[in-house]
Design a binder for this molecule. Structure first.
Ligand code: NCD
Length: 315
């Protein structure tokens, strides 16, 4: 049962129940519709403070969390780690305790270490939302991807989704694998052997190292960036060779279903993992739509953790 009083924290998709995920998707969908129609949005985060604590670079995730909070009436504070005490060597926990003393309602955190969001949630009183922790999870990305798919295809159960590229370093891949499996999709991962985690099949995926066979008859093609900032050493011979074998272009895409949807969490490296023509194909690419859906889904997540807090405060 999804709790009417929302979720305490959003740390990862692993372990979430289908109904909890669907409740967030439904709420995100309704925020998206209301916003598009120019209808009034209830300021459910009025008098609440949301602190965005980004220890890693971000464009769309941090902007959309800020917008989402503001659309719901929150006071939003963005901590830029390059100009804060973190630069002076303060630890994550000390920073968190300082912020906690200011009594925010929500901390949105992005950090290079897997497990950072979970650790933080044990130390603070407020709700914690994981905006990406190392290679571990990026739950709001998986939720926005799922909502984009559901809106375009009308369902998730029964679809075949190929997640292609740098699976090894990708928190987006991990969160999506958990979510799509929980909602009944069939998940494939397609990557060179060097970019696949050990025993990845244990996550419940079919593994392909050849793009054309991996894309055969799929409904969704989800492309990932080569996350060179997480690589020590060379994982691919050269970007050019990588594109030749694993870059999505019209020819490789022809193996997928004719109405297959193209997705990418961004930032895209055109000419490395995806060809410009395919990325900009207005009929088949959902990449822009993913960004719009991201704001709505993050509104749903903020709403959910704050209604949980409200229920606790009302006790
Ligand atoms: C992703 C991330 O940060 O994990 N980007 C994002 O949130 N839009 C994927 C990436 O960086 O490649």
């Amino acid at each position: 049962m999804s709790r009417p009083d929302g979720i305490r924290h959003l740390l990862g998709i692993e372990g979430m129940k289908a109904q909890e995920i669907e409740a967030l998707l439904d709420q995100g969908d309704s925020y998206l519709e209301r916003y598009r129609a120019g209808r009034k949005i209830k300021k459910v985060l009025k008098n609440r403070t949301q602190i965005n604590l980004f220890f890693e670079e971000s464009t769309r995730t941090s902007t959309s969390f800020e917008l989402a909070g503001k659309r719901l009436g929150a006071n939003v504070i963005n901590m830029v780690t390059s100009s804060s005490s973190i630069k002076k060597g303060e630890t994550l926990i000390d920073t968190a305790m300082t912020l906690n003393a200011m009594r925010p309602s929500v901390l949105v955190i992005r950090h290079a270490s897997s497990g950072a969001a979970a650790l933080l949630s044990q130390k603070v009183n407020c709700a914690v939302i994981n905006a990406g922790d190392g290679r571990h999870e990026h739950p709001t990305q998986a939720l926005l991807d799922a909502l984009t798919i559901r809106r375009r295809k009308g369902r998730i159960a029964g679809l075949t989704v190929a997640i292609c590229g740098d699976i090894l370093h990708s928190r987006v891949a991990r969160s999506n694998i958990h979510l799509l499996n929980t909602l009944g999709a069939r998940v494939r991962v397609v990557a060179p052997p060097t970019l696949l985690p050990v025993a990845v099949e244990r996550l419940g995926v079919d593994v392909y190292t050849d793009m054309r066979s991996g894309l055969e008859d799929v409904d969704i093609v989800m492309m990932l960036r080569l996350q060179t900032e997480r690589m020590r050493g060379a994982f691919v011979p050269s970007p050019r060779e990588y594109f030749h074998f694993y870059g999505l272009d019209a020819e490789k895409l022809a193996a997928a279903k004719p109405d297959a949807l193209i997705m990418h969490p961004g930032p895209m490296n055109r000419g490395v993992e995806i060809d410009t023509e395919v990325a900009d194909d207005i009929d088949r690419s959902a990449i822009r739509e993913q960004v719009e859906t991201g704001v709505a889904v993050r509104m749903a997540c903020l709403d959910s953790v704050c209604s949980h807090l409200q229920a606790e405060e009302d006790e």
